[in-house]
Design a protein around this ligand. Structure first.
Ligand code: AMP
Ligand code: GLY
Length: 424
């Protein structure tokens, strides 16, 4: 089977790395890929926002299966266009992808299906948004409605901070994504992510993970796309997991099918474990980045087969097997991220660290001759397995410390919640 992976992040390197191990695979392409993906796939220079360029490539290279990684391509409907051209594709439809593309869409589905989530209001003008804020007070959460690379959310601890975020959104900071604003009740609790595959009707739960969204140690600093993760997340007990499936995931899948827009792909539920049980924070219509990096390390089953079953409506009765180990990943980012940063700094020592317990997945890297350069915010994902989170963390940081990159930084406390819980 000839496969094309779309994307260039750490998530896509991790997907390609695992797909490359499948006995079903004969040839793997990745477009555009990055400075690390060339070791498992053939990098293809392509403008992935040009859907015709993607389908032309599929025809030319006799591709059997396309796997779409990034949210922007899901929301832009690349899956629909690839399927319309006659190719099998792992990517939700544009209609179902609104779960990620529009917070208002998801909130309306939650209302309709009785899915537990934060109370909210949705506004297209500043005066009405401010009036809602003054009526509810702080803490409160302000969100740009559309996609803003994980940066359109302000958890405001004071009314002044919330006012500023609202004014910011309507002044165009997030472009079209901020034309509508969702204001939410602040939910108190620990966050956890659950990933499930869905073929439109049948659900195959994958696993849990915990991300670290803030830029700096101790969960301080601005929100990022994610600075590290581990999996599984034991904070999601069996009981909470069952509740999440029956109260959140199943009604979502039923609701979308009933609307005539069935969900086919991976569904990523961001949950808050509150005193009243699990509540939905958000849905993403694609794999997590960096959660995928830890999931693939633990996955024993054939990922390519799982994705194919999902895309062809064949998940019924399928199972998935995991290693009985924890995985943890540390993101090395360019200094300045998530704000402005400089591209082109050289990274040394990132080669030769991979073994059966450690994998360095690349995100924003490029090769120039023998040199490896940083080209992006999140640049390397140093990922390790261990018997527990502490062991996985030790292995990951041992590898991080062998990398020589003065322009980079990372958090030193990835996995702290679970390590603290275990009293280590
Ligand atoms: P989102 O992009 O919706 O996932 O929001 C980004 C982050 O903001 C989440 O991962 C949470 O940490 C936080 N957040 C979002 N909504 C809420 C909420 N209603 N209550 C508390 N924290 C929230
Ligand atoms: N790690 C957060 C995300 O993939 O959205």
């Amino acid at each position: 089977m000839r496969v094309l992976v779309i994307g260039s992040g750490g998530r896509e390197h991790a997907l390609a790395w695992k797909i490359a191990q499948s006995p079903l695979l004969t040839k793997l392409f990745i477009a555009p890929g990055n400075g690390g993906t060339g070791s498992v796939a053939e990098n293809i220079v392509m403008d992935i926002t040009d859907h015709k360029a993607v389908t032309d490539f599929c025809k030319l290279m006799a591709i059997d299966f396309v796997v779409v990684g990034p949210d922007a391509q899901v929301v832009a409907g690349l899956g629909d266009d690839v399927r319309a051209a006659g190719f099998t594709c792992f990517c939700p439809s544009k209609a179902a992808g609104q779960l990620e593309g529009s917070k208002g869409f998801t909130k309306a589905l939650c209302d309709e299906m009785g899915i537990p989530t934060a109370a909210y209001g949705r506004f297209d003008n500043e005066a009405a948004a401010l009036a809602y804020l003054y009526a509810h007070g702080a803490p409160i959460v302000i969100k740009a409605d559309g996609l803003a690379a994980g940066k359109g959310v302000t958890v405001a601890m004071s009314v002044e901070e919330a006012e500023e975020a609202i004014i910011d959104c309507f002044s165009g900071t997030f472009g079209a994504a901020g034309a509508e604003v969702v204001i939410e009740e602040f939910m108190e609790g620990e966050e956890v992510s659950l990933f499930v595959l869905c073929d439109g009707e049948n659900i195959l739960p994958l696993t849990t993970a915990q991300d670290h969204k803030r830029a700096f140690d101790g969960d301080t600093g601005p929100n990022t796309g994610g600075m590290g993760a581990y999996s599984p997340a034991p904070v999601m007990t069996r009981e909470i997991y069952e509740q999440t499936l029956t109260r959140v995931i199943e009604p979502t899948v039923r609701g979308l099918a009933a609307r005539g827009t069935p969900y086919q792909g991976v569904l990523y539920a961001g949950l808050m474990l509150t005193a009243d049980g699990p509540k939905l924070v958000e849905y993403n219509a694609r794999f997590g980045d960096p959660e995928t990096q830890v999931m693939v390390m633990r996955l024993q089953s054939d990922l390519l087969q799982l994705l194919l079953w999902t895309a062809t409506g064949d998940l019924k009765g399928r199972t998935v097997a995991w290693k009985d180990q924890f995985a943890l990943t540390v993101i090395l980012a360019t200094r300045g991220y998530p704000g402005p940063y400089a591209n082109g700094s050289e990274i040394k020592g990132a080669e030769g660290l991979d073994n059966s317990e450690v994998q360095v997945f690349h995100a924003g890297t490029r090769r120039e001759g023998a040199r490896l350069l940083g080209y992006g915010g999140r640049v390397l994902n140093v990922t390790a397995l261990g018997a527990d989170v502490q062991e996985a963390q030790n292995r990951a940081y041992d590898a991080v410390d062998k990398i020589d990159w003065p322009q980079g930084f990372c958090r030193r406390d990835i996995g702290w919640r679970e390590i603290a819980r275990n009293g280590v």
